[in-house]
Design a protein around this ligand. Structure first.
Ligand code: DX5
Ligand code: ZN
Length: 221
């Protein structure tokens, strides 16, 4: 069985008590914290920045923080998030004029680097930078909001990305983001994902541990 990672998106957490929410979801069995950064420019919404990432580290969060940049341009935010304690930093290739350079910047700052692909984008931008990728993140909704429905065409794209990674022989995680629930997680894993972002499915539930347990049970089948 692959080393599956479950990464709750704190976009759906209660921001009025974020530290407690992150503690609770990690205690409930989450592996990573998925941290959605929106700038009301690349996407039509505005969220949280490096100060909040730093505040979570100061609060005592030790788990990997998976920073998903939905901002344009990306390089300043890369520097600030590396400084704020990010583990992974991923960005959308169309938001950087020099994708290879931005990936190198992330890795040079000691973080793991990844590219994010919107539902309608092809995987071409990953092809020549595979050696600089620690993660490929496929969006299974249009970026900007939590609580949307999984776009089924992403399953075929996951298979394509899985093949690209396997053929390269490189150690690259394949993450999926958007509309993941306990009811579709198995099908998504079968298509090739090994890391799963879930926002509303976890944070809208009464008991976070119940949902995470149900997701892991599906993955173990
Ligand atoms: C959307 C974000 C997602 C979002 C996922 O732009 O990148 O991480 O929070 O939320 P759900 O799991 O509710 O679709
Ligand atoms: Zn995200």
């Amino acid at each position: 069985m692959p080393d599956y990672k479950i990464a709750p998106s704190i976009l759906s957490a209660n921001f009025a008590r974020l530290g407690e929410e992150v503690d609770n979801v990690l205690a409930a069995g989450a592996d990573w914290v998925h941290f959605d950064v929106m700038d009301n420019h690349y996407v039509p919404n505005l969220t949280i920045g490096p100060m909040v990432c730093k505040a979570l580290r100061n609060h005592g969060v030790e788990a990997p923080i998976d920073v998903h940049l939905m901002v344009e341009p990306v390089d300043d935010m890369i520097r600030m998030f590396a400084d704020a304690g990010a583990t992974y930093i991923t960005f959308h290739p169309e938001a950087s004029r020099h994708v290879d350079r931005s990936l190198q910047l992330i890795q040079s700052l000691g973080c793991k680097a990844g590219l994010v692909f919107n539902p309608a984008s092809s995987l071409d931008a990953a092809k020549y930078v595979l050696d600089k990728l620690d993660m490929i993140l496929l969006m299974s909704v249009n970026p900007g909001f939590g609580g949307q429905k999984f776009i089924p065409a992403t399953l075929g794209k996951l298979k394509e990305a899985r093949k690209l990674i396997d053929d390269s022989g490189l150690d690259i995680r394949l993450e999926i983001d958007g509309g993941v629930t306990k009811d579709n997680i198995r099908e998504i894993a079968q298509a090739g994902a090994d890391s799963f972002v879930a926002g509303s499915a976890i944070f809208n539930a009464e008991d976070y541990a119940d949902v995470i347990r149900a997701m892991r049970a599906e993955l173990a089948q």
